[in-house]
Design a protein around this ligand. Structure first.
Ligand code: CP3
Length: 344
């Protein structure tokens, strides 16, 4: 039997001598080869829906760096688009969507199981990758968590404090909860098809989980994740799941147990020593180098990388950044991080 992929071993709870490594947004604008393929595709969404080119950009960081995992090239906002929202990207500003703030607008959305026509190119990208990835590289599928995706659908764009979503939550809670429920079901359908196409692990990005406080966090971050993970594991026994409730702070504690996630990804606002003590006792931890080290490099990058590897070395760990790599990162600093993780 072939040796199991290191990422899957860490997700199964194994403590490895060298943690597997990959990077959020590893296929992205800091790489010249990504910028070239994106120019060929025309724009970002055309790239997402072009299986040959999306597979190509997924493979680029694997060829250049030999990461232990590839992440499907797509976006969390494809689900609202498949539900019927308009979606476009404004260069230099970010995503724009038609908004859902009234019952009438909500009723224009498609049912959760009607998303596959729009999303079928994504499943095709996965099938190409299962053929073309090196045998030691694991393939990660992903989706946005319901709360995070809802914040974009309600506001029609990214927001610094998720104000419009919080406002809808207090002004029309039934509508807000209906939207989260639709997204929960669509996310289950979407990730389930990704797994059938060949994703070996899936990650749930709750990038704005940190703005949910107290009971709201439990109801709108923990509970949807628990439902999605339970249903995926019942349909696909043994499928590992990484949950990323970004900036959850104290709420990282117990998140494995509360949701059934195999791995909890942590951002850089918590220390690796704290995560080793409070989070890693429940399962694999992923993270958490500050993305800015990929811009600044040098000895600080080396020191901080070593600190994270050491702090999390007594349990299952997947090395990653605390958030996505930024377009101004230097590709050589990525190599320095990898050499430090693998070479000590
Ligand atoms: O990680 C990867 O390499 C896989 C692909 C991936 C993308 N987006 C590609 C992308 C993944 C996993 C995402 C997740 C995503 N998308 C999140 C959650 C993770 C996070 O970063 O918090 C969110 C909130 C989005 C929504 C989104 N997509 C925004 C706000 C933006 C604009 C900001 C920006 O960086 O330009 C995007 C665009 C986007 N998604 C790009 C990429 C490579 C840049 C598009 C380009 O080429 O111009």
């Amino acid at each position: 039997m072939a040796e199991q992929k290191t990422l899957l071993r860490a997700l199964a709870g194994e403590t490895l001598p060298t943690p597997p490594i990959w990077m959020m947004r590893q296929a992205g604008r800091y790489l010249p080869e990504y910028r070239a393929t994106r120019a060929e595709a025309g724009d970002f969404l055309s790239l997402c829906y072009n299986p040959e080119l999306a597979a190509e950009v997924t493979l680029q960081p694997i060829r250049r760096y030999g990461f232990d995992a590839a992440i499907l090239f797509a976006d969390i906002l494809l689900v609202p688009q498949a539900l019927g929202a308009d979606l476009w990207f404004v260069t230099g500003e970010g995503p724009r969507l038609s908004t859902i703030t009234t019952q009438y607008e909500f009723e224009t959305l498609n049912p959760a199981d009607a998303i596959h026509d729009t999303l079928s190119p994504i499943y095709e990208t996965i099938r190409i990758l299962t053929r073309d990835l090196p045998s030691e590289t694991a393939l990660i599928g992903f989706a946005g968590a319901p709360w995070t995706v809802a914040t974009y659908m309600i506001a029609g764009r990214g927001t610094p404090d998720q104000g419009p979503a919080h406002a809808l939550k207090s002004e029309n809670r039934p509508l807000f909860e209906a939207l989260l429920e639709r997204l929960t079901h669509a996310t289950i359908e979407y990730l389930s098809m990704q797994i059938e196409a060949g994703a070996e692990c899936v990650k749930l990005f709750d990038s704005w989980a940190g703005s949910l406080k107290g009971e709201d966090f439990d109801r709108y971050a923990t509970e949807p994740a628990r439902q999605i993970i339970a249903e995926l594991k019942s349909r696909h026994p043994g499928i590992p799941v990484i949950a990323f409730p970004r900036e959850a702070g104290e709420k990282y504690i117990g998140f494995h147990a509360a949701t059934g996630a195999d791995c909890v990804a942590i951002d850089d606002s918590v220390t690796p020593e704290w995560a080793a003590k409070h989070v890693q006792k429940d399962g694999c931890v992923q993270g958490n180098l500050k993305s800015s080290h990929m811009v600044t490099g040098g000895q600080a990058l080396v020191d901080e990388t070593r600190r994270i590897v050491t702090a999390l070395s007594n349990g299952p760990h997947i090395f990653n950044l605390g958030h996505g790599i930024t377009p101004d990162a230097d590709p050589e600093n990525v190599q320095l991080m990898i050499d430090t993780v693998r070479g000590g």
